[in-house]
Design a protein around this ligand. Sequence first.
Ligand SMILES: *Cc1c(COP(=O)(O)O)cnc(C)c1O
Length: 242
Amino acid sequence: MAFGHLFISTQLLTCNFQLIKMSIPENINNIISNIPSNVKLVAVSKTKPNSDILEAYDGGCKVFGENKIQDLVKKYEELPKDIEWHMIGHLQTNKVKYIAPFISLIHAVDSIKLLKTINKEAAKNNRTIDCLIQIKIAEEETKFGMSVSDAKVIFENNLPELSNINIIGLMGMASFSDDKNQVRNEFKYISSKFSEFKSNYFSDNSIFKEISMGMSGDYKIAIEEGSTIIRVGSTIFGHRNY
Ligand SMILES: *Cc1c(COP(=O)(O)O)cnc(C)c1O
């Protein structure tokens, strides 16, 4: 008798767990309702199937981020055309041509060579492509990104020739660390560079206005430190199996 009772309780517990597991649109709404209205959410759908993206799409989400060109092009071809696709990963110059016809925002531009290639491919497609400069965070050697001094050289010399690009702001990734203070300081660093570049190079140009920083684990801190675009994957779609 006692054993039977225990068995039933376990079943009920399993049931309850299913009930509180949220759907993809619920996860998105949960994030959106808890962030300021000026902060944009990019749903990072890398490694996830079209069915997951369509679930989010049917729930009203139209902005998705991918980090591999092949997946990005395939998903663009197969999914609704009013989706805004963002390239959030490291981009090689020889791959720019595949996304130039449709990409909405390139988040992680890290060299003048890449900017010039994007400019050329954008012109071929009769487009102006929005880009963010990824700023390298000093403490972490392994991350991609541009040094502040290289970024300054570009802002000082190359903006006029990049006529088919809008540099709309900066992107940054915090170190992979449990130390919240370190993460916060890295976001503060990106924000301070954004303010400095804005006043030095874009004081009469409102186009430079975005800071893309913050992922599932750190987007709340990122927003507190000035982020205007967060890139969230696993909190929306669940964990990824690479
Ligand atoms: C994967 C990825 C994200 C999202 O990461 P989550 O921790 O799953 O939210 C954000 N930005 C970049 C550049 C990524 O590669």
